[in-house]
Write a protein that binds this ligand. Structure first.
Ligand code: AOF
Ligand code: ZN
Length: 364
């Protein structure tokens, strides 16, 4: 096997951690001695142990003289455990192939420098584009101070997410809904606006896929007017609920939610709405790297208007709801076409009786 194939394997191992390792990146590591794979590792739930530590433990003595393939620069800082660069050196690794540098200011080139200083041959940049795509959430947290955002909307042919009476369950079929759970699982958090939380009384958990760590449930609610007997309220002690509220939400309601186990985070209100950029900055500061937003139309519009959507995944069903239905994207104040956010199609397929379409924002 070639360097490329081993790095591909490391990249696919690393992806296993997506959604369960925040605030850390989901890294993969493969250790190869001769032509034999002697260790495989990926970042463990909660972010530790790091991928290299897992792979080295598996390799044992066979790590001596071996090559390590790592999807992110090995760390050089002393956390709760010694740095991975030191672990690789002590294990007698002879060569390290790294896909992408780690921008964390505790690392940022020092990991690679430590390996080289110890006489280890280091090759960089192999698989960099794939690694960058997998690390988009971690890179966003470190470099932009906010998590990456995937916006998901399940809509009718005419782009409606509910009927005039707010009925939305179910517009799409079971296959699309199952896919939504798979998408939730590779994100750190699932986020909705207060209107959706009130209308659907959702649980926002991952079900049926054996998730090892449930995503945090985030609700944006200016007045914190979500029923205290909702599913989210009743389950806040089992799976985290974080409420982003306006700075004037009543203290009593904040205390009541905190009593139920929710985390309440106040952010400024701008023109009568929660400042979504400030909300995302707060989520980034709290460690989230990948957020999956499931509407509603108001939150979708705010995120799009502010250029905060990195990926959009749409599910379109063969049902028409008409203009009385709730729009998937509310008013955005777009005048000229040139001012409208435009995304690039990256995936299109049938899923059950529905259509999945995925779009990415251009580089910002
Ligand atoms: C690695 N391998 O698998 C991961 C790394 O808080 P700590 O000590 O766990 O360090 C977290 C930082 O370590 C994180 O911000 C990133 O720079 C790096 N993550 N490094 O060598 C891994 N997950
Ligand atoms: Zn490490």
């Amino acid at each position: 096997m070639t360097d490329e194939r081993f790095m591909d394997l490391a990249l696919s191992l690393g992806r296993r951690g997506l959604g369960s390792v925040w605030p850390n990146p989901a890294v993969g590591c493969v250790i190869v001695n001769g032509a034999r794979i002697v260790g495989r590792g990926w970042t463990q739930p909660g972010g530790r142990p790091h991928a290299e530590v897992v792979a080295l433990a598996q390799a044992g003595e066979a790590a001596r003289g071996a090559t390590a393939y790592v999807t992110l620069e090995p760390c050089s800082h002393h956390g709760q455990t010694p740095p991975c660069a030191v672990a690789l050196i002590s294990a007698g690794i002879a060569r390290v192939v790294v896909a992408l540098g780690d921008p964390d200011n505790r690392v940022n080139g020092r990991g690679i420098a430590m390996l080289r200083a110890a006489g280890i041959e280091v090759v960089t940049g192999l698989g960099e584009a794939e690694a960058r795509a997998d690390q988009v959430g971690f890179l966003s947290r470190v470099e932009r101070g906010r998590p990456m955002v995937t916006l998901k909307l399940a809509a009718s042919l005419d782009g409606r997410i509910a009927t005039a009476t707010g009925e939305s369950q179910w517009i799409t079929g079971p296959e699309a809904r199952r896919q939504v759970h798979a998408e939730r699982m590779i994100h750190d958090a699932v986020m909705v606006g207060a209107g959706t939380a009130r209308a659907d009384d959702p649980s926002l958990t991952v079900r049926g896929l054996g998730a090892r760590r449930q995503p945090v449930r985030v609700v944006l609610s200016r007045h914190l007017d979500i029923p205290l007997d909702s599913v989210l309220a009743r389950t806040a002690k089992e799976v985290p609920v974080w409420l982003i509220h306006g700075d004037r939400a009543p203290d009593g309601v904040v205390a009541a939610w905190e009593g139920l186990g929710a985390r309440c985070i106040a952010v400024p209100v701008v023109l009568g709405r929660i400042d979504v950029a400030a909300a995302l900055a707060a989520l980034g500061a709290a460690g989230l790297t990948r957020v999956f937003c499931e509407g509603g139309g108001g939150l979708a519009a705010s995120l799009l208007a502010e250029g905060l959507v990195d990926e959009y995944v749409g599910f379109t069903a063969g049902i028409a709801l008409g203009a009385e239905g709730w729009p998937s994207i509310a008013a955005m104040g777009v005048g000229a076409l040139a001012d409208a956010p435009r995304l690039e199609l990256v995936e299109l397929r049938a899923i059950g009786g529905d259509v999945l379409h995925r779009w990415r924002a251009g580089p910002s």
